[in-house]
Design a protein around this ligand. Sequence first.
Ligand SMILES: CC(C)=CCC/C(C)=C/CC/C(C)=C/COP(=O)(O)OP(=O)(O)O
Length: 272
Amino acid sequence: MVRACHPEPVVAVTALITALAAASGRSPGGCLLVACAVFTGQLSVGWSNDRVDARRDRAAGRQDKPLVSGAVGAGTVAAAAVGALALCVPLSVANGVSAGAAHLAGVAAAWGYNLGVKRTVLSWLPYAVGFGLLPAFVTLGLPGRPWPPGWSVAAGALLGVGAHVTNVLPDIDADLAAGVRGLPQRLGRRRSRALAPVPLFAACAVLVFGPPGPAGVAGWAALAVTGALAVVTAVPAGAGSSSRLPFLATLVTAATAVALLVLHGGSLVRRP
Ligand SMILES: CC(C)=CCC/C(C)=C/CC/C(C)=C/COP(=O)(O)OP(=O)(O)O
């Protein structure tokens, strides 16, 4: 069951949003509520993804999938997905109705991805919506229910699009064989690999220049490093198609964007 929920994104997204909530000034109890809502939402997204994909994954011989290897039953995964979603609804709304609505809209977008959008040219959109709404989930749960600043929404959406392309990269050939043709699969491995760091670098730029105050040395350093990494991945001659360097460079860029987002968490609300 752990493998079927996509544990890496579940843990990463829960940790990111909880850290953002803490940086924005949410109380420890509020942070716990945020963590529980995001955790159950991501569990439901991960389990439903494996359940919906089970037939295609079996046809593609994906033995890394517990539903294909037989480690877990389809009914159990489906029940877990629905159960996690049923817990996510009240946990989200407990953060406030508007905050809860923002989070649940993101979870609904992710279910939309699982249920079919992932096979269309708009495969990036649920990621942009889900991640773009996360700052709103955090700020609308704060006293006074402030809207998040535009830069945080833009950075979240760009981070989401970058996460999508990065996540799909290693599976492009298997996906194409299984008839899954989202945007990265349509672009192909070479162009997707070059494209992956672009939205992530753009997220870094938005996070350096968007919040109030000067960019600072750390901001310029982050831009210099991620800009250089984006160039490295964009030059195909620089690394053979089997090289892991572009993928690793993209992960470093994503980690930098996440760190910048949490670093600017205190700027999510205007303080007197
Ligand atoms: C609220 C919020 C932050 C939402 C996140 C948005 C979103 C669309 C998440 C999808 C996560 C997921 C299970 C991807 C698996 O993709 P896959 O089926 O392409 O990969 P796989 O073959 O490895 O299962």
